[in-house]
Write a protein that binds this ligand. Structure first.
Ligand code: HEC
Ligand code: HEC
Ligand code: HEC
Ligand code: HEC
Length: 210
């Protein structure tokens, strides 16, 4: 009894193995003998590493960041900023603006960040060079590198972000590393997040509490 079953299992195993071999050989049709060969052959040689995240990035425009020993990419911002170029309006006096629409350009911006004694629009924007941001010491900062503003006052988060601990990776684990930048998640004018209800209210827990 036992041995019959044993033979059956062995036979079944042999059958499965041959089926596996048959099907894998079938998949190997064309240029590649197996999936490993295919991965090795088709992955790009990126900085000496044979796998790459590039496929995940599709047409995302990126900018290179070099901070200390960390070099990585972040999404480009200027193309996403609705009212860029700022100098389209910020070169002429208010009286020269043609429409009410233009005059009310940023009425939707309500600064909810640090206390008003610590921060106002001019902390980050430069009236004489509106197409760039400005550091606390008056240095020009490109809109694509706005993390350089945030890092002035939020050193712990900035340190974590450089190392990949605060924020989020957009690519896979393989290089190139692409991380979201501060303003992808935080609105610079209102960087906090509102409290939210969970997406699903837990009815079961609620009933158990009753
Ligand atoms: C459609 C026209 C328009 C565009 C484009 C525009 N602005 Fe403005 N901006 C205005 C107007 C109008 C005011 C209000 C000026 C006033 O009240 O004196 C203003 C005021 C501001 C102020 C406040 C300045 C102050 O002295 O109070 C800041 C900062 C500012 N804009 C930044 C920007 C930035 C940065 C951009 C580009 C990303 C931009 N603006 C693009 C029309 C525009
Ligand atoms: C803490 C720094 C900081 C302060 C303070 C600040 N801004 Fe900005 N602002 C930024 C950054 C950074 C961006 C670019 C955000 C991005 O990449 O989307 C920006 C973008 C803008 C834009 C373009 C937004 C769009 O979607 O078109 C306008 C207009 C603007 N700021 C106006 C103002 C005005 C007016 C004030 C004052 C009420 C102000 N900002 C205060 C940092 C700041
Ligand atoms: C001039 C200094 C300064 C700059 C520049 C600055 N911040 Fe802040 N930020 C502050 C201060 C001060 C607070 C309030 C801290 C507190 O309430 O404990 C704050 C608060 C915050 C908070 C917490 C908000 C909350 O409600 O919990 C976030 C998130 C934040 N900032 C993100 C940013 C980002 C992103 C940038 C760059 C676009 C930036 N900050 C630039 C000074 C700054
Ligand atoms: C992928 C999204 C994301 C990115 C990118 C990101 N943050 Fe945050 N940040 C968060 C979240 C989520 C929190 C937690 C908010 C909460 O608890 O309410 C947070 C919290 C903060 C706080 C509040 C203090 C704290 O730790 O709770 C500060 C300040 C801050 N971030 C600054 C930054 C700065 C500066 C950068 C860029 C160098 C950055 N963040 C990049 C999502 C992000």
């Amino acid at each position: 009894m036992m041995s019959k079953q044993y033979i059956r299992i062995v036979l079944g195993g042999v059958f499965l193995l041959s089926l596996l071999c048959f099907s894998s050989c079938k998949h190997g049709e064309g240029e590649y003998h197996n999936i490993i060969d295919k991965i090795e052959a088709e992955s790009v040689d990126y900085h000496g590493v044979s796998v790459s995240s590039e496929d995940f990035l599709k047409d995302l425009n990126t900018v290179e960041v070099v901070e200390g020993e960390h070099t990585f990419l972040i999404p480009e911002r200027i193309g996403e900023i609705r009212s860029f170029a700022c100098t389209e309006c910020h070169t002429k006096p208010l009286s020269d603006m043609s429409s009410e629409e233009q005059k009310k350009a940023h009425w939707d911006i309500n600064l909810v960040h640090a206390a008003s004694g610590t921060m106002n629009c001019a902390t980050c924007h430069n009236g004489n060079d509106m197409d760039n941001l400005k550091s606390l010491t008056g240095l020009s900062v490109n809109f694509n590198l706005s993390h350089q503003l945030c890092s002035q006052c939020h050193a712990p988060q900035f340190e974590d972000w450089k190392g990949g601990a605060h924020g989020k990776s957009v690519s896979g684990w393989a290089p190139p590393r692409v991380s979201m930048t501060c303003v992808n998640c935080h609105n610079p004018h209102k960087p906090g997040f509102d409290a939210r209800w969970p997406a699903r209210f837990n009815l079961q827990k609620e009933k158990e509490r009753e």
